[in-house]
Design a protein around this ligand. Structure first.
Ligand code: AHG
Ligand code: MN
Ligand code: MN
Length: 364
């Protein structure tokens, strides 16, 4: 398609807004600011070591551990700053929350406050940055509670505790061989590729759909001894291949950038699992509900895929804390539903009975 005929992100947003004649334009303005933040991060990523942005962030006390108890990279901190400063000024936001900040961020007094909340993971997969593997940014847009809009009061954590189904929009940028922005405003999923000459996101993937079936799965198999029975069963059946109960061979991938796994799955199908496990009883899962599982879940469902905890639809989960972790399974619908069925079926437990040898029984 000739460049002159391609939609830009701005054009796409304006066309979408025409469906809502009363819309103020604040939402579009917010998404464009987020897109500019992503372009800024893409530039920093592209310069890498030349810009001195690789490696761990060191606080004044000499540490580099963030609120999650995880190593914070220089680029985590830089990306968080870029997100804040590109979006705080315009009067579209009532407040924000991020993986890198323990408490919600208040819009500074010199700026007007708006009616949206944004929650983000400014740099996903940041352990990959030093080895030059794709990373990304993830964001979720919520409507602020009415009293926040009416009074302009400071936001508190509970203002963000909205189930994923309430998201107004969600998206991610992936900083890979090309930079892409993938977005859903609740009307399907579209993908834009950053044209480095124009510095514009151009619509290149107008109707992203996740194939319902797949023969590719992604899971960190080093955790297998901590998995719960339904996940073990699913992976065992995949590994058994053609001669197993699935009757087909499966392929496996693990990038350790969830955003990159989500993108692969959107492009060609697959299933991703970072399930609840028994590794650390204080952490029911690895990934975070509000700024990882919910936005990616929204995009998957908008693209015809599915996202789940294994036990319930991800987008129905009522959040209870800002940095809450959760077991996350998403991707091709038929596979995710199969894994949910395995969770719903009573577990088969092997017991040794001295009288009858090995037998099995079922428990809830
Ligand atoms: P983040 O860099 O925002 O902390 O997220 C990293 C996440 C996710 O992107 C990835 O799927 C997972 O951590 C990788 O975990 P392992 O190190 O267990 O592979
Ligand atoms: Mn992340
Ligand atoms: Mn992150």
């Amino acid at each position: 398609m000739p460049l002159s005929k391609r939609f830009t992100l701005t054009q796409y947003l304006i066309e979408e807004r025409r469906r809502y004649p009363g819309a103020s334009g604040d939402f579009n303005s917010l998404i464009l600011d987020v897109a500019l933040a992503c372009k800024g991060i893409a530039k920093a990523v592209a310069f890498g070591e030349l810009a001195g942005i690789m490696g761990n962030h060191e606080t004044e006390e000499g540490g580099s551990i963030n609120v999650q108890g995880e190593t914070q990279k220089k680029l985590d901190v830089l990306s968080n700053d870029v997100f804040i400063h590109r979006t705080e000024w315009a009067g579209n936001l009532a407040g924000m929350a991020s993986e890198e900040m323990e408490a919600p961020y208040q819009i500074p007094a010199q700026y007007p406050r708006g009616s949206y909340l944004i929650v983000f993971d400014p740099l996903d997969g940041s352990s990959n940055i030093d080895v030059n593997v794709s990373v990304g940014s993830i964001f979720s847009v919520l409507r602020a509670p009415q009293d926040v809009i009416d009074t302009g009061r400071d936001v508190v954590e509970t203002d963000f505790f909205q189930p994923g189904a309430k998201q107004v929009a969600a998206g991610y940028a992936i900083y890979g061989p090309t930079t892409m922005l993938v977005l859903s405003v609740g009307n399907g999923v579209v993908g834009f590729t950053l044209d480095p000459n124009l510095g514009e996101f151009m619509l290149t993937h107008p109707h992203i759909q996740v194939p319902a079936d797949t023969h590719e799965f992604a899971i960190n198999a080093s955790n297998s001894r901590f998995w719960e029975a339904p996940v073990k069963r699913y992976v065992d059946e995949c590994l058994a291949g053609k001669t197993g109960p699935r009757g087909k061979d499966f392929n496996m991938r693990w990038i350790a950038s969830m955003v990159a796994e989500a993108h692969r799955i959107l492009m060609r199908g697959g299933v991703f699992m970072y399930p609840r496990d028994t590794k650390d009883p204080s952490k029911p899962g690895r990934l975070r509900l509000l700024y990882e599982a919910n936005p990616i879940g929204f995009i998957m469902e908008q693209a015809g895929g599915r996202a789940s905890t294994g036990r319930e639809a991800m987008l129905q989960v009522q959040p209870t804390s800002l940095h809450q972790r959760i077991g996350l399974i998403f991707g091709s619908k038929n596979e995710v539903e199969r894994i949910e069925r395995y969770h719903a079926e009573p577990a088969q437990v092997e017991i040794s009975n001295p009288l009858f040898g090995k037998s099995s029984l079922f428990r809830d």
